[in-house]
Structures are given as structure tokens and as C-alpha cells.
Design a protein around this ligand. Structure first.
Ligand code: TMP
Length: 220
């Protein structure tokens, strides 16, 4: 049934996922002639909108928040499966690994997060863009939206939180062979080159057998 390649891009805030996903989308379409469905979580659907509102106001407890993300994902899966069956490659900016990292950092039991996400379609490859919280937060603040608007105390709180989120990602990357870690604290175009290299191999059907080799390559 599934025909296209299902690619997930993950990373902490300010890791550059959005930009990298868009660049990958353009490359796949314009240079490789593939059809692509570029998507993200939270989605643009009803539950996704609810989630964005909840994130903005911080008025939903971590456990129900994890359930809402899982519910949004179940709806999203219908759309993703349809696109894959039409032969489209899917690029998804955040997926269940964000729930593990973020809701895990909020204190929700990771095993339980795994349980509520067990019906989610497993991707072909998960690309994790690794940056330190300092780099991520600086990138956000250089867009003029974070540090200038926040008190130093809040900045440090956010930094601490993102440190835990990052550790949760690194833990998943260690345990899950579908993960490729790319150091994203390098120029944008170099991150994109690394990303294309990984995705290019998967498109040729050579991704899995080169997994260990590529992961080692991009860690350096
Ligand atoms: P973004 O649009 O910058 O990627 O932000 C989405 C936010 O949603 C980000 O702070 C991480 C959060 N998030 C979770 O906490 N859990 C999830 O499962 C997902 C998909 C996102």
C-alpha cells in the first residue's frame, strides 16, 4: 500500500527544522522531480489549532496535552497514508518523537507516551537536527521574538527545559535505528547538504543498509 518515502524532521526550537524541511521540499520537487507533501505537527486541522492555542496560553496539563498531540497525529495519519499511497514522498516537520521529547520533558511517562502513539505510522527515516539550547534560543531571539520579549529568568527556565528536551531526543537517537543525527550548529547550506545525502540514499533504496555508516559520518 505505502509507496512514497515518509521522512520526519525533528529538533528543538531554533534547530532550523522548518527552513530545512522547506529547502528539502524544493530540492526534491525541482531538482529530483519527485512529488512531495510537506506537512507539520501540530497540524492545521481542528485539533492542531486547539493545540497551538493551548501552547500559546499554557492552559492544558502535560498529560492531556500528550493525548491531544496523539489525537492530532491519528487524524494526520489518514492524510499521510493517502499521500504515500499516491506515491508522494512525505516530509513531516515534527512527529511522535516530539511528544517523547517535549511531553517527556514535562514529566509525562515516556512508556505511556509510546502507548498512546502506538497506532502512528512508523516513518522510513527520522532526521534529528541537533543544536544546543543556547544556539536554538539565540536563533529565535535573532528573529526578534524571544529574548527581547522575555525576562532573563524566563530565558534560563526555557533553556533548562530545552536541555531536557534535547537529552530526550539524544536518548531516542541512541535507541532507534531510524534516527540520523545531524549537527545543525553549522551553516544552513551544510545542514541541507547532509540532509540531502541521507534522503538521497533512502530514495535509492540504500538508506537502511548505510544507516550506521551515515550516522557516524554526520556525527563528526
Ligand atoms: P514549532 O511550530 O516551532 O515546531 O512548535 C511547535 C511546538 O509544539 C513546539 O514547542 C513543540 C511542541 N510539540 C510538543 O510539545 N509535542 C508534540 O508532540 C509536537 C508535535 C509538538
Amino acid at each position: 500500500m505505502k509507496k512514497g518515502l515518509f521522512i520526519v524532521i525533528e529538533g528543538i526550537d531554533g534547530s532550523g527544522k522548518g527552513t530545512q524541511s522547506r529547502l528539502l521540499n524544493t530540492w526534491l520537487k525541482k531538482e529530483k522531480g519527485h512529488s512531495v507533501f510537506l506537512t507539520m505537527e501540530p497540524t492545521e486541522g481542528a485539533i492542531g489549532k486547539l493545540l497551538r492555542d493551548a501552547l500559546k496560553h499554557g492552559n492544558v496539563e502535560p498529560k492531556p496535552l500528550a493525548l491531544l498531540f496523539a489525537a492530532d497525529r491519528i487524524e494526520h495519519n489518514v492524510q499521510i497514508k493517502k499521500k504515500l499511497s499516491e506515491g508522494k514522498n512525505v516530509i513531516c516537520d515534527r512527529y511522535m518523537y516530539s511528544s517523547m521529547a517535549y511531553q517527556g520533558a514535562q514529566g509525562v511517562d515516556k512508556k505511556w507516551i509510546g502507548e498512546i502513539n502506538k497506532f502512528a505510522l512508523v516513518p522510513d527515516v527520522i532526521i534529528y537536527l541537533d543544536v544546543s539550547p543556547d544556539v536554538g534560543l539565540n536563533r529565535i531571539s535573532s528573529k526578534g521574538s524571544f529574548r527581547s520579549l522575555q525576562k532573563e529568568e524566563e530565558y534560563l527556565e526555557k533553556k533548562d527545559f530545552l536541555e531536557t528536551v534535547r537529552n530526550n531526543y539524544l536518548e531516542q537517537a541512541n535507541e532507534n535505528s531510524l534516527f540520523f543525527t545531524i549537527n545543525a550548529d553549522i551553516p544552513l547550506k551544510d545542514v541541507q547538504t547532509a540532509l540531502r545525502r541521507v534522503v538521497g540514499r533512502f530514495l535509492k533504496g540504500e538508506g537502511e543498509k548505510n544507516n550506521a555508516e551515515l550516522t557516524d559520518f554526520f556525527k563528526n
